[in-house]
Design a protein around this ligand. Structure first.
Ligand code: MOS
Length: 758
């Protein structure tokens, strides 16, 4: 057992290596744009070089004259095709439906050619003339419009509040007020965005990396006014999504239309550069926190206000106040979220969309409060820990936040920290240590699965979930192996195709809980059939027993007293070589038509603060920074995180997820920002040369501690999501460590060397 595969404790699952590990490292795993097709044509997007205005004319002559060019899809060609629907699509913008330009790099055409090179060459020759209008790209830009998120955005449903904040804040002996800013960030999954489409008669097949196969199927069927059953979406593996591949995008219909016009398969792989403007991003935020407290650190008043940037045409909001107002036992609470509409494309989900920016503000503010009070930051969290969320007083299904702090603090050796800013040094390097809370709501969604067990013990699990690198194939397979009493190597898992039974979007960190709950249910149905056959037999070893007393282990049915019957013998009783069960899992309190909606690709995800009890996973993150006193270079030698997230299905994949989260948290704290030109509202840095992300040399020691947490209430699998837990809080832990190292409080991300130069 290595550190990469921590020894499972208590209810934790085995660190099975990923079921697709070999396929992936040998290049055998097929990604959507790798699927071979004959007679393939290649599409390249033409995008606008203004952010606001009208396309007066667009000249395709030179492009059309380029050898190999087959077709150009542009304005006027989308007749009969519906615009995308905001929600299932990240934007309601149908870029080719009319000539209005709403954002930089907006799609104006798709050039299709025999080869990728010809398409690219021709696309460059397209010339557009615009009637340009002055764009507003920033919070501060003249011409933006500010509206309340409540009543306008899909979220929030409310601005959570409790008690009399104003009164409590006013009378609080200690007050803190501070403003924080977070930048635009752009998803850069390793696998580029792409669509491949082909028609077989009236049936459309889409190969596209997506976090929601059925969601994409439903949305494309709606746009083309087709029966969803005539659309198939395939993505056997997805090379990272982080939210960007969750909702559908306008590109898919354009490529599908090109394929229909040419009656041949068309593939469009979007360049990294064009992804910065044709795909969504994490919206920048501004936030204000006000905290009132007693001298011993008890918070009596908490207010969190947020401003988020969105587009002119869609009111996307993350409204992380839903989580932050429930994070501690605050007493009275107030919150508000405003949307600032600008000439940008619509933002969308990025890994822990609400929590990452909003928890940065709260956890920075708590560190500021700790210093104001002369308190240890961990003790400040302890004083304000709670067993009920403060908005509606709901208990948590489980909450082990302080246990996370205690374990992480010990592993980090927090007690060796001298809290005085600037007091710890090593040669030229200023040492800083900071910590912060990680939190993520536990979501659950309806899911279906089909499981087949053969007499020889071979198992097949089928579910149209999406493997984004999270390990869902592996953990779904583990659940089946465990339930059907076979070894993991007997299990095969099929995912990534709408021909399989539907699973929810791989978003909101719901998949392990939802898909494993469906697999669990299908396996229980198989068990039931086998148990009933065994007890009903006339003279078998288990005849006449109570089915409830049976279990299935190591290829046999076993009773409590040790009597056993081998699987092939039970199958012989059934007169079958295999037993197959399809199961529909509907979460407690889910709508009666939850499964029907799932088939239509409509999301009914619930969790977090909803329901009788609040459901959250927690963690505590500790960061050491070193800042060179001469050059101000910032290094992070250590990241330690301890997490309590219900049942861990696989300690290896869980550690990997959380380690990735910590590293992304560091990345967001020190590196990432998409820069928008003030004058033109255009994206300046649009590739991995200028959009900074950490490299291996930036990542040193990363330690992940997996607490054992048994939670039977959260969902049948007992699992909380971890995919979006690890990168929450890290930003604040880094900023807090930077303050400890330097005495300089930085309330704006990313934190870069220039912020230390006067
Ligand atoms: Mo995740 S940002 O919910 O795909």
């Amino acid at each position: 057992m290595s550190t990469a595969a921590p020894q499972p404790k208590a209810n934790q699952g085995q660190p099975e290596p990923r079921i697709d590990a070999r396929l992936k490292v040998t290049g055998g795993a097929r990604y959507a744009a790798d699927i071979p097709l004959s007679n393939l044509a290649y599409g390249v997007l033409v995008t606008s070089d203004i952010a606001r205005g009208q396309v007066r004319s667009i000249d395709f002559e030179a492009a059309k004259a380029t050898p190999g060019v087959l077709d150009i899809v542009s304005y006027g060609d989308m007749t009969g095709i519906e615009k995308p629907q905001f929600g299932s699509a990240y934007t309601s913008l149908g870029p080719l439906h009319d000539r209005t330009i709403w954002h930089d790099g907006q799609i104006m055409a798709l050039v299709v050619a025999d080869t990728f090179e010809a398409a690219q060459d021709a696309a460059r020759k397209v010339k557009a003339e615009y009637e340009e209008q002055h764009p507003s790209g920033h919070f501060g830009s003249a011409g933006t419009e500010t509206i309340p998120a409540k009543g306008h955005a899909q979220r929030p449903k409310e601005n959570p509040s409790a008690g009399d904040f104003d009164g409590a804040f006013q009378s609080a002996p200690v007050k803190l007020e501070a403003e924080y800013r977070t930048p635009t960030q752009t998803h850069n999954p390793i696998e580029l965005f792409s669509t491949t489409a082909y028609w077989t008669g009236k049936q459309l097949t889409i190969c596209e990396p997506t976090q929601s196969l059925y969601g994409l199927r439903g949305e494309i069927a709606r746009q083309f006014r087709m029966d969803p059953a005539d659309v198939r979406v395939i993505a056997p593996y997805v090379g990272g999504g982080f939210g960007s591949k969750g909702p559908s995008t306008p590109r898919t219909a354009i490529v599908a239309l090109a394929a229909r016009r040419l009656n041949r398969p068309v593939r469009c792989v979007v360049s990294r550069e064009q992804a910065y403007t044709t795909m969504p991003y994490r919206a920048p935020t501004r936030q204000r926190i006000r905290i009132g407290a007693t001298p011993d650190g008890k918070i009596t008043a908490f207010s969190h206000e947020g401003w988020e940037l969105t587009s002119r045409i869609d009111n996307y909001a993350v409204a992380g106040t839903e989580t932050t107002t429930r994070l501690y036992g605050y007493g009275s609470v107030a919150s508000d979220v405003q949307l600032v509409k600008a000439d940008r494309q619509t933002p969308a989900y990025m890994r822990s969309p609400p929590e990452v920016p909003y928890v940065f503000a709260v956890e920075s503010a708590l560190d500021e409060l700790a210093y104001k009070l002369g308190m240890d930051p961990v003790e400040l969290r302890r004083v304000n820990d709670t067993d009920r969320e403060p908005i509606h007083g709901k208990p948590f299904t489980s909450r082990h936040l302080m246990a996370c702090y205690d374990q992480a603090a010990q592993a980090f050796n927090w007690s060796a920290r001298n809290p005085k800013p600037g007091s710890m040094r090593h040669g030229d390097w200023l040492i800083g240590m900071g910590c912060a809370t990680a939190v993520y709501p536990t979501h659950i969604a309806p899911a279906t699965a089909r499981v087949r067990l053969r007499a020889d013990g071979d198992v097949l699990v089928q579910s149209a979930s999406q493997e984004l690198g999270t390990g869902i194939r592996t953990v779904a397979g583990q659940m089946a192996a465990e339930q059907l009493g076979v070894s993991f190597d007997k299990v095969k898992v099929e995912m990534g195709d709408t021909e399989l039974p539907p699973a929810p979007v791989s978003g909101g960190s719901n998949s392990t809980a939802s898909v494993c709950s469906a697999v669990l249910k299908a396996c229980q149905q198989i068990q039931e059939r086998l148990f009933r056959a065994a007890v009903a037999s006339n003279n078998g070893p288990l005849a006449g027993r109570n089915p409830a007393d049976l279990a299935i282990r190591n290829g046999a049915l076993v009773a409590k007293d040790g009597a056993a019957q081998k699987l092939p013998d039970v199958f012989a009783l059934l007169g079958a070589g295999a037993v197959e069960e399809y199961a529909e899992f509907i979460p407690d309190g889910g709508p009666h038509d939850a499964v029907q909606k799932l088939y239509q690709g409509k999301l009914t995800m619930t969790g977090g603060p909803e329901g009788k009890k609040a459901k959250y996973a927690y963690g505590a993150e500790f960061v050491e920074v070193r800042i060179n006193s001469r050059t101000r270079e910032i290094r992070i030698p250590r990241l330690v995180g301890a997490f309590a997230a219900g049942r861990i299905m696989n300690t290896r994949t869980a550690r990997s997820q959380l380690m990735g989260g910590l590293i992304w948290g560091m990345s967001a704290a020190l590196f990432e920002a998409t820069e928008i030109d003030e004058r033109t509202a255009r994206t300046i840095n649009r590739d991995l040369q200028d959009y900074f992300v950490p490299v291996n040399a930036d990542v040193q020691q990363v330690e992940v501690i997996l607490l054992t947490e048994v939670d039977h209430e959260v969902n049948p699998a007992g699992v909380k999501g971890i995919g979006e837990l690890g990168n929450v809080g890290t930003n604040a832990a880094v900023a807090n460590a930077v303050f400890h190292a330097t005495g300089k409080r930085l309330r704006q991300l990313p934190i870069r060397l220039e912020h230390f130069v006067a």
